[in-house]
Design a binder for this molecule. Structure first.
Ligand SMILES: Nc1ncnc2c1ncn2[C@@H]1O[C@H](COP(=O)(O)OP(=O)(O)OP(=O)(O)O)[C@@H](O)[C@H]1O
Length: 310
C-alpha cells in the first residue's frame, strides 16, 4: 500500500474500473500535491467522472490502490467522504428552496453547530447575499454553479472534486468561478477539476489528460507542451480548407487544426516540418513558426490515438 504523505492529497496507482466488458478506467496513476489545482481533461466518456467517483469513495476500483487525503480509497471511504466536497455535473440542490435555505439545509445535513451562521458566511464569501432569498431554480447557470460551490465548501473540506463545474456557464461567470477556485487553493484546499475548456486548463498548476480510460500525459502545461515535441506553424491567407485537407495526408504533418481565420500545422519531425513550410509558403498563404499551444498538443494526442486505434 502507498504510504500516507502529508504533502500529497491524491496518490493513487493502477486504478481500474470495468463496467460490463468495458474497461472505463485503465491502470490510472495520479499524484496531486496538497494546495494544487489539478485539471482533468479528456473527451466525453473518457472516464473522468468514474475516476472522480473512485477517489471520493463512491465507487470501489476493480484494481489499483491509493490514498485520498491520506485515507485508503478502498477501506476508508466514509472518512474520505467527510473531507471532500464533490460538485457533480448536474445541479443537485433544491430548486424550490432559496439560496439561503439550500445552504442552511446543507449545513444541517453535515451537522454544523450553527447552520444559519455557516450559511451566512458562505453567502458573503461567494457574493450571494443580495440573492439569498431567490429560489435556486430561478438562477442563471453561473449563479447556480456559484451556489453549488458554496454548498461544497460549506462543511470545510480539504479537497474539492469538481466535475465540469462551468459547463454551459458564460465567460464572465467562468472567470469569476476560477478566481474563487484560486482563492480557495491559496487557502490550502486541493482541487481536482474536470473541464473541456483550454483556458481553464491553463489556469491549473498541473493537468492530466485521459483518453479511453488511460492517462496519456500529465504535468505542467510547459512540461506537456515540451514532451509533445511539436514543431508548429500558424498559416494564414486564402484557401485554408483545401490546404488542411491536403496536409492531413502529407508525410511529416502530425496535426492540422483550424483556429478561426488561421490553420495550426504541426509535426514531430522538425526538419520535415520546416521543409513542408518552406515548400507550401506562398504570397497567398503565409506560414509563421510559432510555439505549440496546449490545444495543438491535445489535438495531436487525439489524432495519434485515433490512428493507432484504427
Ligand atoms: N454505472 C455505469 N455503468 C455502466 N457504464 C458506465 C457507468 N458509468 C459510466 N459508464 C460508462 O463509462 C464511460 C466513462 O464514463 P465517465 O462518465 O466516467 O466519462 P467522462 O470522461 O466523465 O465523460 P463526460 O465528459 O461525458 O462526463 C462511458 O462510456 C460511460 O457510458
Amino acid at each position: 500500500m502507498i504510504p500516507a504523505s502529508p504533502d500529497i492529497a491524491i496518490d493513487v496507482k493502477g486504478l481500474t474500473k470495468v463496467f460490463g466488458t468495458k474497461t472505463v478506467v485503465d491502470n490510472l496513476t495520479l499524484a496531486v500535491p496538497r494546495g494544487h489545482i489539478h485539471g482533468f481533461l479528456g473527451p466525453n466518456g473518457s472516464g473522468k467522472t468514474t475516476t472522480i467517483r473512485m477517489l471520493c469513495g463512491l465507487l470501489t476500483p476493480d484494481a489499483g490502490e491509493g490514498r485520498c487525503l491520506g485515507y485508503d480509497i478502498r477501506a476508508e471511504q466514509e472518512k474520505i467522504k467527510r473531507h471532500v466536497g464533490y460538485m457533480t455535473q448536474g445541479f443537485s440542490l433544491y430548486r424550490d428552496l432559496t439560496i439561503r435555505e439550500n445552504l442552511e439545509f446543507v449545513a444541517r445535513i453535515y451537522g454544523l453547530e450553527a447552520p444559519e451562521d455557516a450559511a451566512q458566511a458562505a453567502l458573503e464569501r461567494l457574493g450571494l447575499t443580495a440573492r439569498a432569498d431567490q429560489l435556486a431554480g430561478e438562477l442563471s447557470g453561473g449563479w447556480k454553479q456559484r451556489l453549488a460551490l458554496g454548498a461544497c465548501i460549506l462543511p470545510g473540506p480539504s479537497l474539492l472534486l469538481l466535475d465540469e463545474p462551468t459547463a454551459g456557464v458564460d465567460p464572465k461567470a467562468r472567470r469569476d468561478f476560477w478566481d474563487e477556485i484560486h482563492h480557495l487553493a491559496n487557502e490550502g484546499l486541493t482541487v481536482l477539476v474536470s473541464t473541456h475548456y483550454m483556458d481553464e486548463a491553463e489556469r491549473c498548476h498541473e493537468i492530466a489528460y485521459i483518453l479511453d480510460g488511460k492517462l496519456l500525459v500529465s504535468g505542467t502545461i510547459a512540461e506537456i507542451v515540451a514532451q509533445a515535441g511539436l514543431t508548429t506553424y500558424v498559416v494564414s491567407g486564402d484557401g485554408l480548407d483545401a490546404l488542411a485537407e491536403k496536409l492531413k495526408t502529407t508525410q511529416g504533418v502530425d496535426m492540422v487544426a483550424r483556429f478561426g481565420a488561421a490553420l495550426h500545422v504541426g509535426g514531430r519531425d522538425a526538419a520535415a516540418m520546416e521543409a513542408i513550410a518552406q515548400r507550401c509558403a506562398s504570397a497567398k498563404q503565409r506560414w509563421a513558426h510559432d510555439e505549440a499551444t496546449l490545444e495543438d498538443v491535445f489535438i495531436d494526442l487525439m489524432t495519434r490515438n485515433h490512428r493507432s486505434g484504427q
